[in-house]
Write a protein that binds this ligand. Structure first.
Ligand SMILES: [Mn+2]
Length: 440
């Protein structure tokens, strides 16, 4: 009987509290509507920022879905730059991105005194939104004292908005942005050389015109160059989808090689390189080649190794040429795994190649083979014969240092061989088809 009374008391008090909770909830949800009337409150502004960071198109690197009714127009616009221009234009120029770094990178402490850098970006008929998103991401995610300036080199673009409108826009940015114009279409290399010659920073950082830098991208690159001025460093290149502009983290477990058509190729980071770093994935990976145009280099070292080959036209082959040059001139090429920069990868090139795409790339690759590959160039000539293509190489290339990197026959590496020898051996072997690898 007593137990029954207890139960009644417990139930009644519970019921009372539930009612109190409901009343409280009703009261506060009513009050939400009053927020708008609270003048000078920071709350609405804060809320707007937070909701934009999570809800605006493409924020936090999310994919943009274009409404059905606009899809015809979207397809037309795609052809201009070979990426989804409509999606790109919908995204804020300063959109938020996820922090995709390894946990160990987020807590890394860098020296106070890092070298500063100039950022060189070459563009040719680039879209407004991708070019300016590159610029904004550099400015907002680089410590101000490390960023001397941004140099935009216009390789003879034809679009109007890249002229005065662009000049007016960059004038108001909080970092000096200079625009240099090539008088005629000169190609990526000669435009980059023009930009590099005008830099004032201790380090030159080259980026493409459709990139987005993420939080903490710059410090680890500069810290590595401070440690060793002959190390040339690349970030991990994350993928920005050409269809949706979704931001997708790249892997720290692949590095660069090449095949015998002299195309760049990704390969898994070998166990040897994991062992050298004692399994610490936050340490830089030594890579035989770099994927493309994103890297930082000490300015005086860039001059010492003879900069780029100015005889290369438009685009293609320059990334391998620079990689071979660095390794053979006593430097090292590394992927700094704590630095992440996104890049819009395209399935087709939007650029015109005066003289024809195939011819331009073939000529560039021949220059690369003739200068840096010794008798290994024969592999390239067997796979890509073109008796009509002739290149003349003027001297003026720097002397190579240390051991010859291309042994005539792949033999076991002597333990004292410098690291570039080992790396090239490996990428040569990797570049053969599987069945041929077994024969080596
Ligand atoms: Mn690119």
């Amino acid at each position: 009987m007593r137990r029954f009374v207890y139960c009644k008391v417990v139930l009644t008090t519970s019921l009372v509290w539930v009612l109190v909770d409901v009343l409280l909830l009703l009261y506060f949800s009513e009050c939400n509507k009053c927020d708008d009337r609270k003048d000078r409150s920071l709350l609405p502004a804060l809320r707007a920022v937070i909701s934009r960071a999570h809800e605006g198109p493409g924020e936090m690197g999310k994919p943009v879905i274009v409404p059905k009714e606009d899809q015809e127009k979207m397809k037309d616009l795609f052809k201009i730059n070979q990426f989804n221009l409509m999606a790109s234009d919908m995204i804020a120029l300063n959109r938020s991105l996820p922090d995709v770094r390894l946990d160990g990178c987020k807590t890394k402490v860098h020296p106070d005194e890092l070298p500063n850098t100039s950022v060189v970006i070459v563009f040719h008929n680039e879209a407004w939104s991708t070019l300016l998103r590159t610029v904004h991401s550099v400015i907002s995610r680089s410590p101000r004292h490390l960023l001397v300036e941004i140099l935009l080199v216009d390789d003879a673009s034809e679009r109007d908005f890249l002229k005065k409108k662009l000049e007016d826009y960059v004038r108001n940015l909080e970092v000096p942005v200079r625009i240099l114009r090539m008088e005629q279409r000169s190609g990526l290399i000669r435009a980059r050389l023009r930009g590099a010659a005008a830099t004032r920073g201790q380090v030159i950082t080259f980026l493409d015109a459709h990139c987005e830098c993420t939080v903490g991208w710059l410090e680890p690159l500069l810290a590595r160059i401070k440690e060793d001025r002959k190390s040339v460093v690349c970030p991990i290149i994350d993928v920005i989808s050409d269809e949706t502009f979704e931001y997708m983290a790249g892997s720290d477990m692949t590095y660069g090689g090449f095949n015998w058509k002299l195309n760049f190729r990704w390969y898994p980071v070998p166990q040897r390189e994991m062992d050298r770093r004692k399994g610490d994935r936050t340490l830089p990976v030594r890579t035989p080649t770099m994927a493309g145009g994103l890297f930082s280099i000490d300015r005086t070292y860039f001059e010492e190794i003879g900069t780029y080959d100015p005889g290369m036209d438009i685009w293609g082959g320059e990334n391998l040429e620079m990689s071979f040059r660095i390794w053979q001139c006593g430097g090292s090429l590394e992927i700094v795994t704590c630095s992440h920069v996104g890049h819009v990868f395209r399935k087709a090139t939007p650029y015109s190649f005066p003289g024809g795409t195939g011819q331009v790339i073939n000529k560039n690759n021949r220059r690369l083979a003739e200068v840096w590959m010794d008798e290994f160039k024969d592999f390239f000539y067997i796979i890509s014969p073109d008796p009509h293509c002739q290149v003349s190489i003027q001297r003026g290339f720097p002397d190579r240092q240390e051991t010859r990197p291309y042994p005539p026959t792949p033999t076991p590496t002597p333990p004292s061989a410098p690291v570039h020898y080992v790396l090239f051996m490996e990428s040569i072997v990797l570049s053969f088809p599987q069945d041929e690898q077994a024969l080596l």
